[in-house]
Write a protein that binds this ligand. Structure first.
Ligand SMILES: [Zn+2]
Length: 264
């Protein structure tokens, strides 16, 4: 088990702040190069935070309302470079002539973007701390402020429903649609015996939610092991937290700085 995220902060420079706001404000469309950079950064942050390992992926919609998204070709997140990022449509097909192939489970992304116009970015991971909550009847509940979105509900996708016995991978459009249905209008969905999908209105939100969803699972399991009644965040607290327009900007700036320093 790795340590809880280190506390820390840095003073975001004007440029970093502008990039962050651009990445989060749907009306201002960041350039394609900026979006590709965000996909690379997100992959490296998720790997550094141990949310993904050799497997897992993150995507971003090309523009609000667009039927296309950017995602890496099929390589480990820590190894993703700008040259690996490719564009797929909502059928999760690349443009004609594209020789590279993306992840087998790319249908997760296309089918969620299709039915969730509010979603601008999607993460799929297999973080071990999340698995117990997908294979028991114990629901994830919000244990602290950073993961208050858990209080909006984190359902569990049962691939056997409709899929029967599978290899557990969401590798068809049909399974992608079933997963999107299980997610509904929620911020995340657990996948029984497999992992989770986390969505956000920006790539910053999907990445930060992924990090804090995993922390929530670890802390909740620790609290439950202590055998006492647990005080979870209540509905009113969850609602008030959801009103914060930029809860994760500082975290993104810090994580981005850390992965950039690590790459030198
Ligand atoms: Zn998977």
């Amino acid at each position: 088990m790795h340590a809880l995220p280190r506390r820390g902060f840095l003073f975001a420079g004007a440029a970093a702040l502008a990039t962050r706001i651009a990445a989060q404000t749907p009306r201002e469309s960041p350039s394609r190069d900026a979006l590709i950079d965000d996909v690379v950064t997100a992959n490296h942050i998720l790997a550094a935070q141990e949310i993904v390992d050799a497997f897992g992926h993150v995507s971003v919609r090309t523009a609000p309302g667009a039927g296309r998204y950017l995602i890496s070709r099929s390589v480990a997140p820590a190894q993703v470079t700008a040259a690996d990022v490719m564009e797929l449509d909502l059928d999760s097909k690349p443009a004609a002539g594209e020789k590279r192939t993306s992840y087998r489970e790319r249908f997760i992304h296309g089918e969620i973007y299709r039915v969730r116009p509010d979603v601008m970015s999607i993460v799929h991971c297999h973080a071990p701390a999340l698995i117990p909550f997908g294979i028991t009847r114990i629901p994830l509940r919000p244990v602290y402020h950073n993961s208050s979105f858990v209080g909006e509900g984190v359902p569990v996708f049962e691939i056997r429903e409709g899929g029967g016995d599978t290899n557990m991978l969401v590798e068809t459009a049909e399974l992608g649609r079933a997963l999107a249905k299980a997610l509904g209008n929620k911020p995340a969905v657990l996948m029984r015996g497999h992992g989770a999908v986390i969505v956000g209105k920006s790539i910053i939100e999907s990445v930060a939610r992924s990090v804090y969803l995993e922390v929530n699972a670890r802390v909740q399991a620790q609290a439950m092991a202590m055998g006492q009644r647990i005080s979870y965040l209540d509905e009113g607290e969850v609602k008030k937290r959801a009103e914060d327009p930029d809860p994760y900007g500082r975290a993104w700036d810090l994580w981005k700085r850390q992965v950039m320093q690590g790459a030198r």
